[in-house]
Design a protein around this ligand. Structure first.
Ligand code: CUA
Length: 354
C-alpha cells in the first residue's frame, strides 16, 4: 500500500527534526571534538571566519526566502484571472543581482584570504627557532618525530603551551588528514607531497585529534591526542624520550624481550626499540617508550595491562583491519600463534618500556 501524503510528511518532518537535533548536538562547545571552544590562534581564526561567513550567509538566506515567499503570496494566481502581463528581461534587476553578490563575495573573500595566509605562514618557522615536528600518517595511526632530538613516538603529540609548533605532514601509504578540532583545522597528509601547518595551544591540557580523510577500514579508529604542557615539562618529556629504553632484570621482562626478538615471533621486524638489540622496524609504531603513553592502537584505547593483553591476544578483534593482525606471522597463521604465557611475558616487557 502506498504511504499517504500525511504519513509521508510526518516521516519527513521526524527525520529532519532528528537530523537537526543531532547536528546541533555537535555544536556544543563542551564536546571534546568541538571546533567552537578553541584553544589556539589557528582554530580561533578559523572559528571567527566561520562565524563571519555564517552570518553573511544567514542574512542572504533570509532575504532570498523572504523575497520568494513575498512573491509567491503577493503574485499568486487568483480566481477568474487571465494570463499575467508577458515581459522579457529587466536590465536594472539583472545588473543588481549580478553586482550585489559580487560585493558580498568580495566582503567574504577579504577575511578568508587573510586567514588562509595567516594559517599558512608560521609566525615562527623552524629557521627562526620554532619547534618542528614531523607528523606521518600510517594506516591507521599517527607517528610523531622530533627531528632535533631524534625522538619518535606514536599517537600522542606532546607540545609546549603557548609556543608555535611547525608541523611537516606526510603519509607513508594513502591520503590522511590531520585534524585537532580545538587547535587547528584539517590539512591533508598526502604520500609523496609535503604539507605544512603550524599550531599553538594557549592552555595546557589534552586535546583530541582525528584523521579526517577516509583512508580505509579503520579510518574512524585513527585518532591521536595532543598533550600541551608548560615548556619546562615538555623539555623534560623530550629528554626522557630521547634516551634508550631502560633495561630490566625482571625475569618476565627478559623473557618478553627474548620473545620480541625471537625469529619465531618477529616483533622486531616491524617495531623499533632504541637500545640494545636489533629492533629497528619502521612498519609499526616505535615502542621505545611505549609504557609512557596514555593510549595506544591509534589512541583508541587506554594503555592498560588489560587492554594490552586483549590487543596482543587478538589485534584483529580489537581494531578491525589493522596491519599487525593481517601481516604479522603469529597472527595470520604463518607462524604458530602466541601462547598465553608468551603474551603475558610480552606485555610485561612492553609495560617496562617507560
Ligand atoms: Cu587516516 Cu582516515
Amino acid at each position: 500500500m502506498l504511504m499517504t501524503n500525511r504519513r509521508f510528511l510526518r516521516l519527513i518532518t521526524l527525520v529532519l527534526a532528528g537530523t537537526l537535533v543531532i547536528s546541533l548536538l555537535g555544536c556544543t562547545p563542551s564536546h571534546p571534538m568541538s571546533t567552537f571552544d578553541t584553544v589556539g590562534p589557528v582554530a580561533r581564526s578559523q572559528a571567527i571566519l566561520f562565524y563571519v561567513i555564517f552570518w553573511v550567509g544567514l542574512v542572504v538566506f533570509i532575504a532570498v526566502e523572504a523575497a520568494i515567499i513575498y512573491a509567491a503570496v503577493r503574485y499568486r494566481r487568483r480566481k477568474d484571472q487571465g494570463d499575467p502581463e508577458q515581459i522579457h528581461g529587466n536590465n536594472k534587476l539583472e545588473i543588481a543581482w549580478t553586482i550585489v553578490p559580487v560585493i558580498i563575495l568580495a566582503i567574504v573573500a577579504i577575511p578568508t584570504i587573510i586567514t588562509i595566509f595567516d594559517n599558512a605562514n608560521s609566525p615562527k618557522t623552524p629557521e627562526e627557532g620554532g619547534l618542528l615536528v614531523e607528523a606521518i600518517g600510517h594506516q591507521w595511526w599517527f607517528e610523531f618525530r622530533y627531528p632535533e632530538s631524534g625522538v619518535v613516538t606514536a599517537n600522542e603529540l606532546h607540545i609546549p603551551v603557548g609556543e608555535v609548533v611547525n608541523l611537516n605532514l606526510a603519509s607513508i601509504d594513502v591520503i590522511h588528514s590531520f585534524w585537532i578540532p580545538k587547535i587547528a583545522g584539517k590539512v591533508d597528509m598526502i604520500p609523496g607531497v609535503g604539507n605544512t601547518i603550524w599550531i599553538q595551544a594557549d592552555e595546557p591540557g589534552e586535546f583530541y585529534g582525528q584523521c579526517a580523510e577516509f583512508c580505509g577500514v579503520a579510518h574512524a579508529n585513527m585518532r591521536f591526542k595532543v598533550i600541551a604542557k608548560p615548556k619546562a615539562q615538555f623539555e623534560q618529556w623530550l629528554q626522557d624520550q630521547a634516551v634508550a629504553a631502560l633495561e630490566s632484570s625482571d625475569p618476565l621482562v627478559i623473557e618478553g624481550y627474548d620473545i620480541f626478538m625471537s625469529r619465531r615471533v618477529l616483533c622486531f621486524r616491524c617495531h623499533t626499540i632504541d637500545g640494545p638489540g636489533i629492533a629497528r622496524g619502521t612498519i609499526g609504531p616505535n615502542l621505545t617508550h611505549f609504557a609512557s603513553r596514555d593510549t595506544f592502537i591509534g589512541s583508541i584505547m587506554d594503555n592498560t595491562q588489560e587492554n594490552l593483553l586483549r590487543w596482543l591476544t587478538d589485534p584483529g578483534d580489537v581494531k578491525e583491519g589493522n596491519i599487525m593482525a593481517r601481516d604479522a606471522e603469529v597472527y595470520n597463521g604463518t607462524l604458530p600463534s602466541l601462547t598465553e604465557s608468551q603474551i603475558s611475558a610480552l606485555a610485561a616487557y612492553l609495560r617496562s618500556l617507560k
